[in-house]
Structures are given as C-alpha cells and as structure tokens.
Design a protein around this ligand. Structure first.
Ligand SMILES: NC(=O)c1ccc[n+]([C@@H]2O[C@H](COP(=O)([O-])OP(=O)(O)OC[C@H]3O[C@@H](n4cnc5c(N)ncnc54)[C@H](OP(=O)(O)O)[C@@H]3O)[C@@H](O)[C@H]2O)c1
Length: 410
C-alpha cells in the first residue's frame, strides 16, 4: 500500500522509524530529507530503497509523509509545504511523531482536513526493541493496519485512542530516559563500592533487561516479582525501602495528608479574620487572669502579639514540672518558645528579651486556636494558679524568697 514513503527530519526518531520501515521491506522507496542533508544522505546510503530527497519532493510524492522534526519546528516546516499538499489529487497521509501535538493540531497547522496518523515511538525502536503507539484521523482501518505492518520491526506497535497518547508518551516515550538514569545511578553506586565502570554499567543494564523480560514473559505482577526477591530482613528489602522513602515511586507520596493540608490552609485563609478575632479574645482573657498570679510576668507585648500566643514566666518554679502537671489535667502546653521546644534549656528568645536565666526556666507557652473554647480557658485558669502554688510550696528556692533570704526577681 505504501510504495513511496518519506521522512522529513532524520534525527534520532525519524531515522529509527525509517530503519524499521526499511526492515519491513514493504516500501520500495524511502525518501529522506533533513535540514542538515548529510545526515539524510548517510541514512540513505544505509537503507535499502533509501534516497536523499527534499521536504518539497516528499510533500509532492510520498504516500506516507513522516514528520520527524521537533514540535516547536512543526509549523515552520509545514508552512511552505501547505500549497504543495493542497495541490495533490492522490491520497497521502501525514505521520506525526511530535510529542503533545494532536492530529487536529497538525491539520490546523497545514490548514487541510487531510488524513493524519499520530505515533508515539521511543528510542529503542532504533534497535527493534521499541514501543510505538499509534492512532489515526480520517484514516481507514486498512491503512492503519498496513501502517502498523510497515513499522512493525520497530518493536511493539500498539493502537491506542488519541486521548491516551500523552499518557503513553510519559510511560514509553519518555521512559527510556528514566531507565537510563536508573542504570547510571545504579552503576554509580556499584562504582562507589569498587566495581569498574564498564562492568557496573553492563551489570545494571543486563539486570534491567532481564527483569523487564521476566515481567513480559511470565505475566506476573511486578509487585509479586519484587516480593519474591525480598528476603525477610535481607539486603534487597532495605534497598527497596530506601528507594520508596526517597520518593522513587511518585504514588507513595502521602496524598491524603497533602490534600488535607491544602484544604486546611484554604479553610484557614477563608476564615482568618474571624478566627483571629475569636482566638485573640481567648488570649486576652487568659492574659488578664494569669497576670493576677503574684510574681508572674507576661513575656512580650500585651497587645502586639500573635492572636493565639500566651507566654508567661512564673518565678520560683521549673517549666518542665509545670508542663507535666498540666499534662496530667489534659492540658497540652509548652515551655520556652517554639524554636527551643524539645530542649530543657531556657528559651534564648526569653533570655534575649531580658528575662534572667532563673525566671526564663519557669516559662509557660500556651498556643490557642479557633477550636479552643471558653471552657478550655476556664480549665487553664483553674489549673495554672493551683499548680504554680503547689510547685512553689515544694520549692526550697521559693521558701528562701518568701523568708527574705533571696530577693524576688519579678
Ligand atoms: N527522541 C525521542 O525519544 C522521542 C520520543 C518520542 C517522540 N519524539 C518526537 O520525535 C520528533 C523528533 O525528535 P528527535 O528526538 O528525533 O529530534 P532530533 O534528533 O533533533 O531530530 C530532529 C531532526 O529534524 C531536523 N530538522 C529540523 N528542521 C528541519 C527542517 N526544516 N527540514 C528538515 N529537517 C529538519 C533536524 O535536522 P538537523 O540535523 O539540522 O538538526 C533533526 O535531524 C519530535 O517531534 C519528538 O517529539 C522523540
């Protein structure tokens, strides 16, 4: 059906598909044109039926016109060919391999409702081990079947609806680059552990080919094949775990948490003004009542502070003891400031704003949010004075202060 075919652009992919078509032996003449003609000439010398040609000649005479240029070059290449194609009275088919360009788009670019076949090849097509998905527009079933037979030597040639073409591009069109990266990274690991580079690369590549053949030949799920080589407590499962932890598989991102966080942020932004006002009212109630505790001081400015932040120093007690006793009553708080949580040292922020070491040790930070209620505030206001009194009564330091042996700081 396709005696004369032509390739406009004989770069990596154009030449790979031209070689496959030549192997099928179905085309008598393979016209080859390239911006740098030497490339097309070299290919013409190599292929049976290969003939050095021009874009215009191909547009005038080829039954299948393969467009092997980059997507961003397509319009420039097609513009001068449009009048030639328009004049043709015989049937011809444009074949696009450009990533992301639909059949409609190619027709728009050439301003003709002509038949179009869209393919998504990959680079191993050059050695007959590729994948080529294809679909057509205004093309008959017979034409598509004959086309598939023509490029069959490229490897697996499979029809897909055009709506799946981009997904197929991601898996098998781009896939070789991902696989090369994996081979290189694995080989780098081997070299880092002492393997000579050439051996490391060939071991990694041979391994990938063997693993791929097992997937294709025995039909088992890749997960089952993976499980079969992961011994309990063994080295392989440790490697699998590390790959998963480092994001090797995009699907292992914690999507529910990411989406939940996004929804929470949307909600927080939408209600920021009303929530801030409510939380600030709870904060102010706490500050007012806690300020009444003797020898206590609010840290920071009374009004110019975050709506949910209450931070006090209580002289004569340890912040950690205060936290433990609050925890006992179901009140979660912190001592110091957020940047020193998890440390027993006094907050460097409190020290920097002039609190003496001894007082900074007895600090309490309460963080409020819009889910806190007035009942929560009441519970805190009941608990804190009682606990502060209880701890002070146990403290020899406090007794010294009360008896006048030591001076009060606050
Ligand atoms: N590479 C892949 O793995 C892959 C996979 C799937 C699909 N594709 C698609 O295949 C197409 C080609 O990609 P590629 O990787 O083969 O790129 P490439 O190696 O750069 O080949 C493009 C070729 O087009 C030639 N060219 C540019 N302008 C021309 C013109 N006006 N007339 C004739 N020839 C012209 C270039 O000539 P020069 O020699 O002068 O540069 C070059 O040889 C792209 O649309 C791409 O989306 C590629």
């Amino acid at each position: 059906m396709y005696q004369t075919i032509g390739f406009i652009g004989t770069g990596n992919m154009g030449s790979a598909i031209a070689k496959a078509a030549a192997k099928s032996g179905q085309a008598e003449t393979i016209l080859l044109a390239n911006r740098t003609p030497a490339k097309a000439a070299a290919l013409a010398a190599e292929l049976p039926g290969g003939t050095l040609s021009t874009n215009e000649e191909i547009a005038r005479t080829a039954k299948l016109i393969f467009l092997g240029v980059k997507p961003q070059m397509m319009q420039l290449v097609l513009d001068p060919l449009e009048p030639i194609l328009r004049k043709r009275e015989d049937r011809f088919i444009l074949v696009t391999m450009a990533a992301g360009l639909t059949c409609d788009r190619i027709q728009d670019m050439v301003d003709l409702d002509c038949p179009v076949i869209r393919i998504m090849p990959n680079i191993p097509s050059a050695i007959g081990a590729g994948v080529v998905q294809y679909c057509g527009q205004l093309v008959t079933v017979e034409e598509l079947d004959a086309f598939a037979a023509l490029i069959a030597p490229a490897g697996l040639v499979d029809p897909v609806p055009e709506s799946l073409m981009d997904a197929a591009s991601a898996v098998s069109g781009c896939g070789p680059a991902f696989a090369y990266l994996f081979i290189e990274a694995l080989a780098d690991g081997g070299v880092a552990c002492g393997l000579p580079r050439d051996k490391a690369v060939s071991y990694a590549a041979q391994m990938l080919e063997g693993a791929a053949r097992m997937v294709l030949e025995n039909g088992k799920h890749p997960g089952a094949l993976k499980d079969a080589v992961c011994s309990p407590g063994g080295t392989t499962i440790q490697g699998v775990r590390t790959l998963e932890e480092r994001g090797f598989r995009a699907g292992t991102e914690n999507l529910p948490a990411i989406l939940g966080m996004a929804a929470a942020l949307d909600d927080a932004v939408a209600h920021m003004a009303e929530n801030s006002a409510y939380v600030a009212s709870l904060r102010d109630a706490l500050i007012e009542k806690l300020s009444a505790i003797p020898h206590a001081a609010l840290n920071g400015d009374r009004g110019r502070r975050l709506p949910g932040n209450v931070n006090f120093c209580f002289e004569g007690i340890e912040g950690e003891s205060l936290l433990l006793l609050l925890d006992d009553r179901g009140i979660c708080a912190s001592s110091g400031s957020a940047c020193t949580s998890g440390s027993l040292d006094p907050s460097h922020v409190l020290l920097s704003i002039g609190r003496p070491h001894e007082v900074a040790h007895g600090s309490l930070r309460l963080s409020l949010c819009e889910e806190n209620t007035e009942a929560d505030i009441d519970a805190i206001l009941k608990a804190v004075p009682e606990i502060v009194t209880y701890l002070r009564n146990m403290s020899p330091l406090w007794k010294d202060k009360v008896s006048g042996k030591r001076a009060f700081v606050l």
